[in-house]
Each structure stands twice: as structure tokens, then as C-alpha cells.
Design a protein around this ligand. Structure first.
Ligand code: GLY
Length: 415
């Protein structure tokens, strides 16, 4: 079987790497891919017609959609009845990520544990809510914003500035939601669904802020690790009862066409786990640790979702811990320089991984082309040895103005 993977990040490199355990890498095409992936096809992931032509010409039978944009834009709907299998939720189901207001209403409707919220369209007086909470609230732009639409506020001024910023960026009629501010460690729980069942992968934890100690601006994610010791069996049982099971009931009750990856962004609060958000695809950088931890065959898992037989699929995992340190371009998530030659990738040990993100091949050299450049993943029998391994591998790689967090997975040791 030939497969096309849509996307260009570290997530997609990891997906390609995992599929290459099921089929030859020559049979995996990446649209558009990056400097670490082979068989790159320079087509815009939102140009569905061009993707269809390419897949038909090259006898590609299955499309795996990595990022959220094509899903929110209806790529799965487009490929219905086109003779090519596609893995992901359709446009309506993808609204669970594409609209923060829709997602929160879905959570409330199906009794998924989550924080309170206020909406102008429900008649809530938002300025009064901000004043009553002394500005300690979260404001989210309703639509997709590549992680930049969430404002965690601590004062009335910050909250009012956030509202003004949303209107400046997304227009004066931009929709937004105001949420109760909750605190605790975040957990990423990612699973597969065929619409009848949800099967979870191992837990992981992202590191969003740019600098050590969770300081600095939010990024797409500076590192991740898996599994997370905080997610004990009893915590997972509570997450299943309060979040995963009611979500599945909602998917079924709403009759959603959802055969894909489902991501629960959870906060572990004093009052128990609460759902912050859904994503309708794999997380990045979480994928770079959870796929190495997955023993089961990814292609068989995807096909079991498409065939509606996920309930009989046996999920198996590799032992040990997996730590991903993202090497980024100096200045990211603000402005940064590109086209820096990356050295040392050939020295990465065979028991570790270097999943490319913002890289491209130029005259036989790998050069930087984005803010998040490479994910270095180390493994170990315990979390501490996985951390040490990841950082030992990181030391082998360099490019001008490279920076990375030095404390990835430290929370996993402390908790
Ligand atoms: N790691 C969070 C995300 O992929 O959105």
C-alpha cells in the first residue's frame, strides 16, 4: 500500500518513521515534508484538488492528515467517494478543535469535566466577568490560531488588552470565549477513534513556554516526554470516566464522522482532571515521543479505525521513557534567521532519534528553515536516564543561534 502523509513538522517526520515499520519508506509520500523526510511532494496541504491528482497518478491508497488546517477546511469530506482512503475527522467533527466555543458547548452538553465559561452571545457581560475575577481569567480566540489565540490573564488590564488584541488581529467582530482560570500540571492524552471506541496511547507532557522554568512567550512546544509519572492508573481511570467516555458518548450522540486521532489537553487541578481543549490530530512535539513508545503497527491501527474494528485492536507499548528536546532558532517564537547549516546529525546514536521540523535540504546540506528545527529524542529505562540520553545527543548537534530548554521532563522527576 502507498501512503501520503500531509504536513511538514516533526510530527509528520515521526509519523513517516513509524509507517516505515509497516511498509517500505519509498511507498510513503510527504506533502510537503521537510529536510528529514524522503519523497517530498511540493503541494500545498490545502490544495485538495492537486493532492487528489497526485495521489491518483501515483496510486496512493491512503492519506494520513497531520495538521489541523486541512481537517478544519474539509479535506476528509473532499475525499469521500474519491476511491482513496483518508484518516481524520470530517469538517463537522474537526470543529472540536476549529471552534473553541463549539468545543466548550460540546463538553458542557456531554458532561465532560471542564472549567466554567462566559460568552457574549449568551448575554454574559464580559467586562463585568473580568472585573469580578480581578482579571484572573483565560480568553481564547474562537478559531484556529496555531497556539497564539490563548491569553492567560492575571489582571484586569491584561484581560482588557487581550480582548483588544483579539479584535486587532482577527477583526472587530472576532468571536472569543472567556474561561475560568484553573491551575495545575498539563497532560496530553492522545488516542485513536473509529467513532465507536477510543483507544489511548501513553500519556505525554508538552513544554509550551520558550525558556526554562516555563518562562517566556508561548511556542508551538519546546519538548515533551512520555509516559508521565503523574498519570497513575487511578488518575487515568478518573480521566476515562470524566473526560474520555463522555466525549465518546458525545461523538456518537452527535453522529460525528470521526475516524482519526483525538487529543485531550488536560489540566490536573485540585478538583481533579479538567479538559482544556480537544485537538483533532496528533500533538507536536508529543508525537515525537508517543510514536516511539508505540509497539503496535501504526498502519494496522489506522486501518482498524477506518474499518470500524478498533475495539478488537490490541494496543501494545514499548517499555521505558522517551524525552524530546526541541532545538530552535534563536529569536523563536519571535523573528529568527533561517538558512543556517545544521551540523552533527550524522553523529546521533542509532538508539535515539532526530525528527526534523523546520529544516530543508539544500545542495546536500540540511539547513534551518523554521523556528522549531529538530527534535532530538532520547530513550531510557527510567525518566532520568532518558533525559540524560536526550541531552547527550543534543550536544552533538549545532547550528548558528541554536537554543533549547535545559529542563525538559524535569517536572516528571519532581512530581
Ligand atoms: N503540543 C500541542 C499541540 O500540538 O497543539
Amino acid at each position: 500500500m502507498k501512503i501520503a502523509v500531509i504536513g511538514s513538522g516533526g510530527r509528520e517526520h515521526a509519523i513517516v518513521w513509524k509507517f516505515a515499520q509497516s511498509i517500505p519508506e519509498e511507498d510513503i509520500f510527504v506533502i510537503p515534508g521537510n529536510g528529514g523526510t524522503k519523497n517530498n511532494v511540493n503541494i500545498n496541504p490545502n490544495d485538495f484538488n492537486a493532492i487528489e491528482q497526485y495521489c491518483k497518478e501515483n496510486k496512493i491508497e491512503l492519506i494520513f492528515v497531520g495538521p489541523e488546517d486541512p481537517l478544519a477546511n474539509g479535506i476528509v469530506d473532499y475525499f469521500q467517494n474519491k476511491g482513496i482512503k483518508i484518516f481524520g475527522p470530517d469538517k463537522e467533527a474537526a470543529r472540536l478543535e476549529g471552534s473553541k466555543i463549539h468545543a466548550k458547548r460540546f463538553m458542557k452538553k456531554y458532561d465532560v469535566a471542564t472549567s466554567d465559561f462566559w460568552l457574549e452571545e449568551d448575554g454574559d457581560d464580559i467586562e463585568k466577568v473580568i472585573q469580578q475575577n480581578n482579571g484572573n481569567i483565560v480568553i481564547k480566540y474562537d478559531g484556529l490560531a496555531a497556539g497564539k489565540g490563548v491569553f492567560v490573564c492575571s489582571s484586569v488590564k491584561e484581560a482588557m488588552d487581550a480582548l483588544a488584541e483579539i479584535k486587532k488581529r482577527y477583526g472587530k467582530d472576532a468571536k472569543y470565549i472567556v474561561e475560568q482560570k484553573i491551575s495545575g500540571q498539563e497532560l496530553s492524552i492522545i488516542g485513536f477513534t473509529d467513532g465507536h471506541d477510543i483507544k489511548l496511547l501513553l500519556t505525554s507532557q508538552d513544554h509550551k513556554p520558550a525558556y526554562d522554568g516555563d518562562k517566556g512567550p508561548n511556542t508551538g512546544g519546546m519538548g515533551a516526554y512520555c509516559p508521565v509519572p503523574l498519570a497513575t492508573e487511578s488518575v487515568l481511570a478518573e480521566i476515562k470516566t470524566k473526560i474520555v467516555d463522555p466525549t465518546l458518548r458525545g461523538i456518537q450522540a452527535d453522529g460525528l464522522n470521526y475516524k482519526g486521532v483525538i487529543y485531550f489537553g488536560i489540566m490536573m487541578t485540585q478538583a481533579g482532571p479538567m479538559l482544556l481543549e480537544y485537538n483533532v490530530r496528533f500533538g507536536d512535539p508529543e508525537t515525537e515521543v508517543i510514536l516511539p513508545s508505540l509497539k503496535s503497527d501504526l498502519l494496522k491501527l489506522v486501518l482498524s479505525c477506518l474499518n470500524g474494528t478498533l475495539s478488537s485492536f490490541k494496543m501494545e507499548f514499548n517499555n521505558g521513557y522517551f524525552v524530546d528536546v526541541v532545538l530552535a532558532s534563536g529569536g523563536y517564537p519571535g523573528g529568527y534567521q533561517k538558512n543556517k547549516v545544521i551540523k552533527g546529525l550524522d553523529k546521533i546514536s542509532s538508539d535515539s532519534f532526530a525528527f526534523h521540523a523546520g529544516t530543508r535540504m539544500d545542495n546536500g546540506k540540511i539547513i534551518t528553515s523554521g523556528g522549531r528545527v529538530i527534535n532530538i529524542v532520547g530513550t531510557g529505562s527510567d525518566l532520568k536516564s532518558a533525559i540524560n540520553k536526550a541531552y547527550a545527543e543534543v550536544k552533538k548537534v549545532s547550528f548558528d543561534h541554536m537554543f533549547y530548554r535545559k529542563d525538559i521532563a524535569k517536572k516528571g522527576i519532581q512530581s
